[in-house]
Design a protein around this ligand. Structure first.
Ligand code: FES
Ligand SMILES: [Fe+2]
Length: 371
């Protein structure tokens, strides 16, 4: 029997993006952004089956470094073991289910706050108080439950389906393509992160990434100082969007990949700094809230302070501008759930085209219909 993730990816690969036609397309209904039942279905059929990026190897660089991230209700513990390997586990105590860790930090042992079951950095159960001489206590089988993890240019992708296909099977050739452009993971250092709150459904956050039609009206600083909107190219195929954008400084070409369903990464131009690696996660939280989480990375020769300064500026300009418009769209859609998104698809006019959203909507529809 095929795994749910295998069924999902097989169905999604039947969907093609129209990267040629200039035509209006009907997108998802507004009610798709405001229905808790729809989010529950997307949790089951998208987030529990797809590869989702939760960070980067550099975020947990030392043995014992850990971070907890959430895919809706599913908390994932990422931890680097004493052997240097990064692993992912359900952040769920094997005793009676309390979360084992919270936030991020460094620890030799992780002790559950409830009854102090204690786990090693490889996930194995190290100690459970007063249990050793209890009949049936089998310590070796009571480690944290592992989650599948693969890296792409150091980015940590997890899949909650234990039996699903590999990242390579789901996105053929993508890892090699990205690794052609990415700095080597050992060189990367996390210099800034901003988890921006979007008062909007996660799909609205993805869509906001997927077009630059809004860039003229919304992002005056970005279009005036960083990118050349007229150079914008976007195309999509094989569950991946590719954005290539010239900079105001012509030597700085932005290259971004959006990987189904909610991760983007790539080279972003910063004035006075050069190209920096940036990962963006569009995490769903509730039906009407998502986290648009930026993580900025520097390599050895790059000026960390200047990157931090620019990333903070980006947060208060482009980031805040996007947060405002997606929240406005969410409010509007709540008021008229029966209406449908109307998408302006005109791939030849890259900056003004929403064909990547039309593709994303087709993928979402197929995913939701795949049992
Ligand atoms: S729930 Fe973790 S020790 Fe009891
Ligand atoms: Fe934007």
């Amino acid at each position: 029997m095929t795994s749910p993730a295998a069924r999902l990816y097989a169905a999604l690969h039947e969907v093609a993006c129209d990267n040629d036609s200039a035509r209006m397309r009907a997108g998802l209904a507004h009610g798709d952004y405001t229905s808790a039942e729809t989010l529950a279905l997307e949790d089951e059929r998208i987030f529990q089956r797809s590869w989702v990026c939760l960070g980067h190897e550099a975020d947990i660089g030392e043995p014992g470094d850990y971070a907890v991230e959430a895919i809706l209700d599913h908390e994932v513990l990422l931890i680097r073991g004493d052997d240097g390997a990064v692993r992912a586990f359900h952040n769920v105590c094997r005793h009676r289910g309390h979360a084992v860790a919270a936030g991020c930090g460094n620890a030799r042992w992780l002790t559950c706050p409830y009854h102090a079951w204690t786990y090693a950095s490889d996930g194995s159960l190290f100690y459970a108080p007063h249990a050793a001489d209890v009949a049936g206590f089998d310590q070796a089988t009571l480690g944290l439950r592992p989650i599948r993890l693969e890296t792409v240019a150091g980015a940590l992708f997890v899949s909650l389906d234990a039996d699903g296909p590999s990242f390579e099977d789901c996105y053929p050739g993508l890892r090699a393509e990205i690794e052609t452009w990415a700095p080597s993971p050992e060189e990367m250092e996390l210099v800034y992160q901003s988890p921006l709150r979007h008062e909007a459904n996660w799909k609205a956050s993805v869509e906001n990434f997927s077009e630059c039609y809004h860039c003229g009206p919304v992002h005056k600083y970005l279009t005036g100082n960083i990118i050349d909107p007229d150079s914008y190219q976007v195309s999509a195929a094989g569950l991946v969007q590719r954005h290539i954008v010239g900079g105001r400084d012509p030597s700085m070409i932005q290259r971004l990949w959006h990987v189904w369903p909610n991760t983007a990464m790539g080279l972003y131009p910063l004035p006075g700094v050069g190209l920096v690696w940036c990962i963006r996660h569009m995490y769903p939280r509730t039906v009407a809230e998502s986290t648009y989480h930026y993580r900025w990375y520097a390599t050895g020769e790059q000026p960390v302070d200047a990157i931090r300064e620019y990333a903070l500026h980006h947060e208060t300009t482009t980031g805040a501008e996007d947060a405002a418009v997606v929240a406005g769209a969410q409010r509007g859609m709540r008021g008229d759930p029966a209406a449908t998104n109307m998408l302006v698809c005109n791939p030849a006019h890259g900056v003004g085209s929403e064909h990547a959203i039309a593709y994303f909507h087709d993928l979402v529809r197929v995913a939701r219909e795949t049992p």
